[in-house]
Design a protein around this ligand. Structure first.
Ligand code: ADP
Ligand code: MG
Length: 330
């Protein structure tokens, strides 16, 4: 199998006409890690991925894989491989021929390439479907074939652009676990583009949050979730309140907000009006109007909530531990 290598972006920039899609980003994807590029639509995730793959030219800056500058190499010679969003399988070729296709182009002999294609199909649990046509497969199965087809080139870095977005929610969670397992088994780097916070938190060793062509924050899921450094990240990653304290913005996790029915001895910091109560199974979310402090969300465990339920329209008192409020960059 392929070597696992560090991939480095150095002031990598993509400009389309007047649009700066990717604005001089710097990041090192450590060898053998699962990274997620996370951000809203249009923030430059796909452009970044396509530049890494060599499917899009780099306007300025460099891309370095394992010490080799690959910025201007063609896709097939970079040591990267891309799995496309729509899978892009050839409809007239069988599953095994789809997987073997790039080897055929390279002039690898038929028995050798078919053997290798079958090994890859084994890896993604699709060996039994080798002779079928893509149209005879479900979406999830087509995706596995597309994965096998990308992996046959033995890349050091596998690039995946929103690979789970076409699947139904149940299959999405199943495939998410399988992608992570596959990455662990292969030991190569996966770089996965998503706009789903849940997906990034569940999958990634490293999350790179992008906004407007720049990297807002990069770190482990726990770092990014527990200590968002900007208001954008706090709001985008979800589960947080952003409030003003002594003239500065702070982020406070919704499950760290303590809700009391009476102003206690420990001193309520804010008074709020309960606008709505949302039952979510293991948690209950309160939508709160805290006057000048704005709209806040408190997430209570179902147990805590049902011990002493709070009604819509009630006035409540909010406190939190000082260490749970994280200062945000201006
Ligand atoms: P994301 O994948 O995060 O949604 P993209 O990388 O696709 O973002 O796009 C980033 C920005 O670049 C957007 O403003 C988009 O409209 C623009 N863009 C993307 N591809 C092209 C292109 N081929 N030509 C012109 N503009 C493009
Ligand atoms: Mg995209």
């Amino acid at each position: 199998m392929a070597k696992s290598l560090d991939l480095e972006l150095a002031a990598t920039t993509k400009i389309y006409g007047e649009t700066i899609a990717v604005d001089a980003i710097n990041h090192k994807f450590a060898a053998g890690t699962y990274s997620c590029l996370l951000g809203p639509s249009g923030c430059g995730k796909s452009s970044t991925l396509r530049m890494i793959a060599g499917h899009e030219s780099v306007s300025t800056g460099d891309i370095v894989l394992g010490g080799t500058n690959i910025t201007d190499l063609p896709p097939a010679r970079r040591g990267t491989a891309m799995m496309f969003q729509n899978y892009a399988l050839f409809p007239h070729l069988s599953v095994v021929d789809n997987v073997a296709f790039s080897q055929k182009m390279k002039g690898v002999e038929k028995p050798v390439r078919l053997k290798k294609a079958r090994q890859l199909l084994e890896l993604v649990d699709m060996a039994a479907y080798a002779e079928r046509l893509p149209s005879q497969l479900s979406g999830g199965q087509q995706q596995r074939v597309a994965l096998a087809r990308a992996l046959i080139t033995e890349p050091s870095v596998l690039l995946l652009d929103e690979p789970l977005s076409a699947l139904d929610p149940f299959l999405r969670i199943k495939m998410r676990l399988e992608l992570k397992k596959l990455q662990r088994e292969l030991g190569i780097s996966f770089i996965h583009v998503t706009h789903s916070q849940d997906e990034a938190l569940a999958l990634a060793d490293d999350i790179i949050v992008m906004n407007g062509g720049k990297i807002e924050q990069a770190g482990s899921p726990r770092d990014v979730f527990n200590t968002p450094t900007t208001e954008f990240v706090a709001r985008f990653i979800g589960g947080h309140n952003v409030l003003q304290q002594k003239g500065a913005s702070v982020a406070l996790r919704a499950d760290r907000l303590r809700v009391k029915k009476a102003a206690g001895e420990d001193g309520a910091v804010l008074t709020a009006f309960v606008k709505d109560v949302e039952y979510l199974g293991s948690t209950v979310n309160l939508a709160l109007d805290a006057g000048g402090a704005g709209d806040l969300t408190a997430a209570l465990t179902d147990e805590a909530f049902f011990q002493d339920p709070i009604e819509i329209g009630a006035t409540v008192f909010l406190t939190w531990k000082p260490e749970d409020a994280h200062q945000l960059a201006a």
